[in-house]
Design a protein. Structure first.
Length: 592
């Protein structure tokens, strides 16, 4: 037994039953049974849509349900549907679904004839149960496996209907062929005269030697275009006094190349054999006259221009190369090129020395703190005071101070005796300091701190000297390195100028060679008539077999296309009779 349907999907289903009715009415089912089946199938699709729709998808459920119903039901519109039943979850809404089916069925009173083999279409879904909740896959009709086994009449190639139109297609082909024959019989005969010209562009004779096939093909193509040029055709019209324009005359002239040699075949069409031969010979003569008159004036002018440009480009290239070589000799020696790198190394060394000096200064500060802490130690002071030398020097200093006081009392402050005692007192005080210092130096911790202080002071002095030396070197090399960088930029600029000048010179050399080839070709390539045109003995056949073949193929294609379109339109007219589309208007108005 299927699990109960959640309340929210069931509410969506019930609220959007009008969408189901609107979609089925818009599809206009062809029979009441099909209308009821479509409503039941649409109910199943709508039920599935309530589980597949997501509110955060950015699409309302009404739009999602309408699109899903339209796409699913439209695929099954032309196929018969089996009897479907609503699942138990929709039992409470079965009456509403049945009422919708009956309302839509009243709009299609005329049944639609089932096509041959329609019973082969069956409703299929993902196993095991297409109506299980939630649905496991989209509903679909299983297509037939072979033509004629339930295939709908509107799918595939309608061979039966095409066979019915086959006589009409054959009649169209016969009428086309008769028309082609009649046109060929009534058309006047066309006479073609042929002349052979030697362009002088053979593989072993081009410009007194050999040449590549591309150059030969280009020159021969130019000669072929000149033969049909407006100037030559106007000269032919003036000579023969023809009453037509070059645009019409060029349609009667054909120029082709014979193989890979320099021979050209000139063909001229005319309604008379003599006129055809005269047209071909006159065209050849006028071309030779025009070709001789246009003796490479433009080619020689271009050649002179490119020669001057090439000489100027060669001069500029030499100047650029000389400037680059001179700059390399004067401003870019090998040592100068290494200056930026040396300056970078010195800057790195200076930074390293500055970091070492900072570390040494910090260590000196620590040592000074240690010495101050040792000196403030009361035990050290007691040991220094108890030293015999210090005690003796102190007693002597006190005795001298007492004697000095007595002498001042007896002799006065300005007495020489007093002065002598003052000098002795000063010496005794100095001896006391010396003895006290010597006694303090005998402490191991103080001695070790003093040694480290001396070593750090020496290291700091050495690092300051090295830092000063590096600063002096950097100050001296920095302008030189800056100048070297500018010289490097200038060197790159001169190198680019040399490359540009060289490329320009090579391009002008190529253009000069092309202009020289054109000038020499225009003056030395001999163009002559090998075989003049003679009046043809019989007219051309007018390519009658080709015309008959093209007419047959075209008429077959048109007839087949028309038959196919008629075969496709037949089932649609049978399924959608005129005036049926207007029938749902009144029920839709009542529903609204």
């Amino acid at each position: 037994m299927a699990p109960p349907l959640p309340q929210a999907p069931l509410g969506l289903f019930e609220a959007h039953l009008p969408v189901l009715e609107r979609v089925v009415r818009a599809l206009a089912p062809a029979s009441p049974d099909q209308a009821r089946a479509l409503v039941t199938l649409g109910a199943l699709v709508l039920l599935r849509a309530t589980t597949e729709w997501r509110p955060d998808a950015g699409l309302s459920f009404a739009a999602y349900a309408e699109a899903t119903l339209g796409s699913e039901l439209l695929r099954h519109l032309d196929r018969p549907l089996p009897a479907l039943a609503l699942p138990p979850e929709l039992a409470c809404l079965a009456e509403r679904v049945q009422a919708i089916g009956e309302a839509v069925a009243r709009l299609a009173p005329r049944p639609l004839a089932a096509p041959p083999g329609a019973a082969a279409g069956t409703l299929a879904a993902a196993p095991p149960d297409p109506l299980a909740w939630p649905p496991t896959g989209p509903l679909a009709l299983v297509p037939p496996l072979a033509p004629g086994l339930g295939a709908p009449a509107s799918r595939g190639w309608p061979w039966a209907r095409l066979r019915r139109h086959l006589p009409a297609v054959l009649a169209l082909v016969v009428a086309t062929e008769v028309g082609v024959l009649a046109h060929a019989w009534q058309s006047p005969p066309v006479w073609v005269a042929r002349a052979t010209l030697d362009s002088g562009l053979g593989a072993q004779r081009l410009l007194g030697g050999g040449s590549d096939w591309f150059t030969q093909g280009t020159l021969i193509a130019n000669v072929m275009e000149l033969l049909k040029s407006r100037t030559v055709l106007e000269a032919v019209i003036g000579t023969l006094k023809l009453e037509e324009t070059p645009d019409t005359l060029v349609k009667r002239v054909t120029v082709t190349r014979l193989g890979q040699a320099g021979l050209l075949r000139l063909e001229a069409e005319a309604p008379d054999p003599t006129a055809a031969a005269e047209l071909a010979n006159t065209l050849a003569r006028e071309f030779l006259r025009y070709y001789a008159a246009s003796q490479s004036l433009d080619a020689r002018s271009n050649q002179a221009f490119f020669e001057a440009q090439t000489r100027a480009a060669s001069r500029r290239l030499r100047e650029a190369e000389d400037a680059l070589a001179r700059f390399r000799r004067e401003r870019m020696p090998e040592l100068q090129a290494a200056l930026p790198g040396r300056t970078s190394d010195l800057l790195a060394q200076r930074d390293e020395t500055a970091r070492a000096l900072a570390a040494t200064t910090a260590a000196l500060t620590v040592v000074h703190g240690e010495l101050a802490a040792i000196r403030r130690d009361p035990l050290l002071s007691q040991r220094i005071v108890n030293q015999q030398a210090v005690v003796t020097a102190g007693d002597r200093l006190r005795d001298m101070a007492t004697n000095l006081a007595d002498a001042r009392t007896l002799y006065g402050a300005d007495s020489p005796v007093v002065k002598g005692l003052q000098a002795q007192l000063a010496r005794a005080r100095s001896q006391l300091v010396t003895r006290t210092t010597e006694a303090a130096e005998q402490n191991p911790a103080l001695a070790e701190a003093r040694a480290r202080q001396v070593q750090l002071r020496a290291d700091a002095a050495m690092q300051r000297a090295r830092l000063a030396s590096l600063d002096a070197s950097i100050t001296r090399l920095r302008p030189q390195a800056r100048q070297a960088s500018q010289d490097h930029i200038r060197h790159e600029q001169l190198t680019r100028e040399v490359k540009v000048a060289e490329a320009h010179y090579m391009d002008l050399q190529t253009r000069l060679g092309q202009s020289t080839l054109a000038a020499v070709g225009a003056t030395s390539v001999p163009v002559s008539v090998v075989d003049p045109a003679v009046p043809p003995a019989e007219p051309e056949g007018g390519k009658l077999p080709l015309k008959l073949l093209l007419g047959a193929l075209l008429s077959l294609a048109l007839g087949g296309m028309a038959s196919y379109m008629a075969a496709l339109a037949g089932p649609r007219r049978a399924a959608r009779p005129p005036g049926e589309a207007e029938a749902p208007a009144e029920p839709q108005a009542r529903a609204a």
